[in-house]
Ligand binder design. Structure first.
Ligand code: MRU
Length: 352
């Protein structure tokens, strides 16, 4: 008998009664608190401050941000709303630098501008809702495709949170986990805590436990030992940007797991990236050109406002790294699976 439905009740971003509602991910797992945002400026701030995070979720938030921006400029009496909105869209686009889904969503919203002149807010809201619905649909499809590649395993390892919390509401890497678990093809998910922001312990462990999927939390540095002990079959992660050659930017620490998994003389663990085609950036030739966000060192030196390091210590806090394409077994997208990714295979998939 299958486990219950793999779906999740978690929705990180929703449009409710004319405003954007967001689950404040900074407060999880202690508090499940929703905030209501009424301006594009507030949305940009929420993306920057990580009230919402995860590449597809910030794209969806930005799309709703464009709807709020249109309302603002029209209410301000602007004769030419399409020009007046540009600085607000720019502010949304600059909220975080690495996840290309943010730019993808804003570009898609802008493409609708010329078609929605009668009632711009209603027309653009329909587009933002479509972006969210299509993301959930893509996640479900990737979940099935990824689960078919993996088959039946005891345990997988994941890093950061690439779940319902990071998407329209299902998950990329955790979408594959959901599909595997629903088929009873997976017994345990090892979740790396993901220093310094703790997306693994605060978010992935929370999300999986409320959806009753067995999860074991580990410190990031335990991953190698688990692989050495033969406990992990696959590492499954999401992505923030995939360059034309298949290099993948994802949460800091992902590269170390890939090296560890794929090192020929060591573990023979397979490495899967799960990402919708909105995460591909054909304009960026390789991972070397992907902008890597460096966040405030206080994320390292402090925990919820309290110091956990000496004040005299310098800190360096890059929050993404790049895993080269040749360390990746496959990239799962809603359009299909790319085995041993390279530029030609990616081009062919995106052209479908
Ligand atoms: O800094 P974050 O929490 O936004 O980083 C998120 C990640 O790195 C995720 O793995 C990635 O966005 C994929 S989410 C489906």
């Amino acid at each position: 008998m299958n486990h219950p439905s793999p779906d999740s009740r978690i929705r990180p971003v929703s449009w409710v009664n004319g405003v954007v509602e967001m689950l404040d991910q900074r407060l999880l797992p202690e508090q499940e608190t929703y905030v209501r945002l009424q301006t594009s400026h507030e949305i940009a701030g929420a993306i920057h401050d990580m009230v919402v995070r995860g590449a597809p979720a910030i794209g969806i938030a930005a799309a709703y941000g464009v709807v709020l921006a249109v309302r603002q400029v029209i209410n301000a009496g602007s004769a030419d709303w399409q020009t007046a909105i540009e600085p607000l869209m720019q502010q949304l686009a600059e909220a975080r630098p690495t996840a290309v889904n943010l730019h993808w969503a804003i570009t898609r919203m802008r493409r609708r501008f010329t078609e929605v002149t009668d009632d711009p807010e209603a027309g653009l809201l329909a587009e933002a809702r479509a972006i969210q619905a299509e993301d959930v649909e893509a996640n479900r499809r990737m979940g099935e495709l990824g689960a078919a590649v993996i088959g039946r395993v005891d345990a997988v390892l994941t890093h950061c949170n690439a779940g319902a919390l990071a998407t329209g509401g299902y998950g990329t890497a955790l979408g594959v986990v959901r599909s595997l678990y629903a088929k009873q093809h997976l017994a345990m998910v090892y979740a790396c805590e993901t220093r310094p922001w703790l997306q693994g312990s605060r978010l992935t462990a929370w999300e999986l436990s409320i959806d009753q999927i067995p999860v074991t939390l580990i410190a990031d540095s335990v991953a190698a030992t688990l692989m050495q002990a033969g406990k992990i079959s696959w590492v499954i992660v999401g992505a923030d940007r995939i360059a034309a050659n298949g290099d993948v930017a994802n949460k800091i620490g992902t590269y170390a797991h890939a090296v560890c998994a794929r090192h020929p003389r060591h573990h023979g663990v397979r490495f899967m990236v799960v990402a919708p085609t909105s995460t591909f950036d054909p304009q960026t030739a390789s991972g070397k050109q992907i902008p890597i966000e460096v966040r405030d060192g206080r994320e390292l030196t402090h925990f919820r406002g309290r110091p956990i390091a000496p004040v005299a210590a310098h800190s360096h806090n890059p929050v993404f790294d790049v895993t080269p394409a040749d360390l990746i077994d496959c990239i799962v997208t809603e359009k299909g699976v790319i085995q041993r990714p390279d530029q030609a295979k990616i081009q062919a998939l995106l052209a479908r």
